[in-house]
Design a protein around this ligand. Structure first.
Ligand code: AMP
Length: 403
């Protein structure tokens, strides 16, 4: 799947048209202050292009999980304020608990070419996540054209990503979605080799299809984090009280066999950082020890990759030309257990290879350690990029008009 067969903002004639743009403004907030504005910044190119071309730009997004009712702490008002600063022009915030109620309609009716209005959190409406017809129609009634630029929500068939398309004259994808597909699609479909993928995170079960799909594409598959212990168990190692999905041991054994048949290298931890208990709270001080991966005591759990493993993974990254990474190597929320994840982030920062971070925790790990600008691409969508790596069609992209 690529964006190439989809209409993009460059194919639209927008002068004097009302254009509804679905953005991903799902940013972290602390006491009403935006703590990471990457997603807002990533939405700017499409918004600026539409303003420059004389569109009347109506923006919409979800924020958090208000579960179908107005929640003041999940209002998009702080985003409107920050966006006004970043664009250097007023963004009118249509505060409206119905999202498309009288306030929003009045704000949209008063727009002139080049104006920008931001609607309230689309998930204030319960129909949003059910792709309900009435709300889709209301959203569509505001605009002539719909542009989806919310990569982070493209794996969801909701009113504001899919349903609305039936109620506008034209539907296209924005520059952010185009960029995400260029990097993620390019890496998966046509990687410069060697192509190394790194998977981590908590559970094997969440990444079954990704593992299978990547076995057909990658030269080396690195597996760390909580999911690696089911693989170690499949090799016959005792993993103590580490995270283990006992129902998936056979699956992991099968993947190891398939990888061997296909000539794909799978790298698993060779040493582990163990502790007696999971840290509580998660960032609490913790006593740890490093042991070989086949020597995890029965009463201990592994919570990070060890230094030998970090070096082995970094070596594999060094010889790669394309690297895709999704999921932390350990309990990276704890400074003592973040070393493996940081070592991997550093190895990606130091290579000339194309480096793609699949959103979510890995993106946070890279950004908070100051490695962000060293990566070729950091996806704005954790879930969406994972589904993309699985080879699944993303409904929010599929819904747009073909070229
Ligand atoms: P995911 O949402 O699947 O990407 O998983 C991310 C979570 O996996 C993070 O919150 C990590 O703390 C957790 N995690 C990574 N490695 C381990 C581990 N060895 N044991 C327990 N949890 C882990």
């Amino acid at each position: 799947m690529t964006a190439l067969n989809k209409k993009t903002v460059d194919d639209l004639k927008v002068k004097g048209q009302k254009v509804l743009v679905r953005c991903d403004f799902n940013v972290p907030l602390k006491n009403g202050v935006i703590t990471d504005e990457n997603r807002i910044v990533a939405a700017l190119p499409t918004i600026k292009k539409l303003i420059a071309d004389g569109a009347q730009v109506i923006l919409c997004s979800h924020l958090g999980k208000p579960k179908g009712e107005p929640k003041p702490e999940l209002s998009l008002a702080p985003v409107a304020k920050r966006l006004s600063e970043l664009l250097g022009q007023e963004v009118v915030f249509a505060a409206d608990d119905n999202v498309v109620g009288d306030n929003a309609k009045a704000a949209v009716a008063a727009m002139k070419d080049g104006d920008v209005v931001l609607l309230q959190n689309t998930r204030y409406r319960a129909e949003e996540t059910k792709n309900g017809e009435a709300f889709s129609k209301e959203l569509g009634s505001l605009a002539d054209i719909f542009v989806n630029d919310a990569f982070g929500a493209a794996h969801r068939a909701h009113c504001s990503t899919v349903g609305v398309v039936s109620y506008v004259k034209e539907a296209a994808v924005g520059y952010l979605i185009e960029k995400e597909l260029k990097y993620l699609g390019g890496a998966v479909e046509n990687p410069v080799r060697p192509f190394v993928t790194i998977l981590g995170g908590a559970k094997v079960a969440d990444k079954l299809t990704v593992i299978e799909n990547l076995l057909n594409k990658a030269d080396t598959l690195i597996i760390g984090g909580g999911m690696s212990y089911t693989f170690l168990a499949a090799k016959g190692y005792g993993v103590g009280t580490s995270l283990l999905d006992s129902e998936k041991i056979d699956y992991c054994a099968d993947m190891l066999k398939k990888a061997e048949e296909k000539g794909v290298k799978i790298l698993l931890p060779v040493d582990c950082v163990i502790a007696k208990n999971f840290p509580d709270p998660i960032d609490a001080d913790i006593d740890t020890q490093v042991v070989d991966a086949d020597k995890i005591p029965a009463d201990s759990m592994s919570l990070d990759i060890g230094p030998k493993t970090a070096e082995m993974f970094a070596d594999a990254v060094k010889s790669a030309k394309t690297v895709v990474w999704n999921g932390p190597m350990g309990v990276f929320e704890n400074p003592t257990l973040a070393k493996g994840t940081i070592a991997v982030a550093k190895s990606l920062a130091e290579t000339d290879a194309v480096t793609i971070i699949g959103g979510g925790d890995s993106a946070a790990a890279v950004n908070t350690r100051g490695f962000g600008d060293k990566m070729s691409h950091i996806s704005t969508g954790g879930g969406a990029s994972l589904e993309f790596l699985e080879g699944t069609e993303l409904p929010g992209i599929a819904a747009g008009d073909n070229q």
